[in-house]
Design a protein. Structure first.
Ligand code: NG1
Ligand code: ZN
Length: 547
């Protein structure tokens, strides 16, 4: 009998039956659905994460329990690979298969074939870090994960309630022998915030820059951890907390947080809006961040992931030039990036820009093609990454550079590297980077906003009978199935100036998403509705026809 099968035959094996009512998919960012359906999924992910570690010869891996920006009733799980990156895609398929397996017999068959395919040696001790967001359901789901991990005698550490990016950071710390930092909250805040304060000390003239931030914590873990961060920041930033009620679970992401603000293009509830004040919203697990402000006439201005990417790429490029180093930089976006941001990056910043399918794993992967890769989804999820050799080069040059201006640029690049969480998008780290560049430039949010004009756009959702009948190509910019849909989209788009529209099935919700942009907001809205109506008609729309 295989060693996997014997685990299932032990008298103390605890069974978590699959109620069979839902088909699960390890999608854009792990598995997500109503928390009530996830017990058996969590148990199986506990076993899978253990095997992932064993397969990597006891490298430390991670498991995060979160449903990010989803409603509070949902929960989810995602696995983290040893350098803090997303789980390798071939294992995503296994996660999907395991979650849908009908019974223990089926689970044991999937795991047995996994063990033989990867030749996993039972002598390796699995090492896992686990964490969860503030969702009420998290603790119970964690218990199921623990049962699964224990069945494989895992050495695991539970970090309790933390942000997703903190867990990614901790995993990388462990596997770099702590070269990246220590795997604990204190080291995380110390590393990032010290670099931020060092850089702040180099900034002599703030001009229009304002240190006061109104912080919308989405009533989630982002609010909790921002409170912890305050003692490290030493008043370099004045952060006024809003939407920080983590004890009332149902308030999580409810009419607040980065996803609400980005999708609805309006301020969150739960805070008063003052003209020209600086607002930040993060999402439910604090891996996304967006900025916004309103002017005296109450007009709303959004500074999203596209804006952050252009701000950061432009600044880093300037420092590379000033340092005299021969280092390339590239920017990675998705089809959701505003057309004018893409034009600005190519034509004004003169930084190469690539487009990849939705999901940070695709962006992260593409960003590795550059010496310094900046990647952001328009919704505010992103970071920048440095090649190991470039990181070393920058530090080496700084240690021997005699030219004062080159040395300053190198020191600034080192600070930016050290305040970046390179493993994944991180609202705290991204905030520090944005605040640094704004301070260096002496900019208000209005100055930042005026760097280019976004094309008006609209994002819509259409519910259809089966979103899996949709498939896309060319980094999701073309719809391949249903057949004939793309031709219809093309003919609708042709009626509007400067227009673009594309559709794709969501990986996190049971909907098809429609994106539209055009010369005016009225046109973008009309275009989105027309495309949504065509989808509804061609793909068995559910509920009310878009109008
Ligand atoms: P889906 O549901 O696949 O569109 C959404 C976001 C992604 C990504 C994931 C994970 C949009 C349009 N889509 O994916 O960018 O962030 O959630 O959180 O924002
Ligand atoms: Zn998130």
């Amino acid at each position: 009998m295989s060693w996997i099968k014997s685990i299932f035959n032990e008298s103390n094996f605890i069974s978590y039956p699959n109620p069979g009512s839902i088909v699960f998919q390890y999608g854009t960012s792990g598995i997500r659905c109503k928390a009530d359906y996830l017990d058996h999924v969590m148990h199986r992910m506990g076993m899978l994460v253990a095997l992932r570690s064993m397969c990597l010869k006891s490298a430390r891996v991670g498991l995060m329990i979160t449903a990010s920006h989803n409603a509070h009733e949902d929960n989810g799980v995602k696995l983290i690979d040893p350098q803090g990156e997303m789980l390798e895609s071939s294992w995503e398929v296994l996660a999907t298969e395991l979650s849908n397996a009908i019974d223990d017999q089926h689970v044991s068959t999937v795991l047995t074939s996994l063990v033989s395919k990867y030749n996993i040696d039972s002598s390796y001790i699995p090492k896992v870090y686990v964490g969860r967001d503030t969702r009420y359901s998290g603790k119970k789901l964690l218990d199921a994960v623990i049962v699964g991990m224990k069945q494989f005698n895992s050495d695991f550490e539970d970090f309790g309630v933390i942000t997703t990016p903190m867990l990614h950071f901790f995993v990388r710390c462990y596997n770099t022998n702590c070269l990246y930092g220590q795997p604990n909250e204190q080291s995380y805040f110390n590393k990032l915030t010290t670099a931020f304060k060092d850089m702040r000390n180099m900034c002599t003239d703030y001009k229009n820059y304002n240190t006061v931030i109104e912080f919308d914590g989405a009533n989630g873990v982002g609010a909790l951890k921002m409170k912890d961060a305050l003692s490290y920041l030493d008043n370099t930033l004045i952060i006024n907390m809003h939407n920080d009620e983590v004890s009332s679970s149902e308030k999580l992401n409810s009419k607040c947080g980065a996803d609400f603000v980005k999708s609805n293009q309006c301020p969150p509830t739960g805070l008063s809006i003052k003209p020209n004040a600086k607002y930040i919203s993060v999402d439910g697990d604090a891996d996304r961040i967006i900025y916004f402000f309103v002017d005296e006439s109450n007009k709303f201005y959004l500074l999203d992931g596209d804006r952050i990417a252009t701000l950061v790429a432009g600044y880093v490029k300037e420092q590379i030039i000033a340092s005299g180093l021969d280092v390339n930089i590239g920017l990675v976006q998705t089809a959701y990036s505003n057309g004018n941001s893409t034009n600005f990056v190519s034509n004004t910043l003169k930084v190469p820009v690539a487009c990849v399918p939705t999901g940070v794993k695709h962006l992260h992967h593409k960003a590795q093609d550059y010496d310094i890769g900046v990647y952001f989804e328009a919704n505010g999820h992103g970071t920048l990454i440095f090649k190991e050799s470039i990181r070393n080069l920058i530090r080496k040059e700084a240690s021997k550079q005699k030219d004062e201006s080159k040395l300053i640029a190198l020191k600034k690049l080192i600070c930016i590297m050290d305040m970046t969480n390179e493993t994944v998008g991180d609202a705290y780290s991204d905030m520090l980077i944005v605040e640094t560049v704004l301070c260096e430039r002496g900019w208000s949010l209005n100055d930042w906003y005026n760097t280019y004009a976004d094309l008006p756009n609209r994002l819509m959702k259409v519910t259809v009978k089966d979103r899996n009948t949709f498939s896309t190509g060319d980094a999701e910019r073309i719809c391949i199935r249903p057949l004939g849909l793309q031709d219809k989209i093309n003919s609708i788009v042709a009626n509007y100036p400067m227009a673009r529209s594309f559709v794709r099935p969501s990986g996190t919700e049971d909907v098809v998403r429609v994106y539209a942009e055009a010369d005016t907001q009225v046109h973008a809205d009309k275009l989105a509705v027309e495309v949504a109506a065509v989808i509804y008609d061609m793909a068995d729309g559910v509920g009310k026809r878009p109008s």
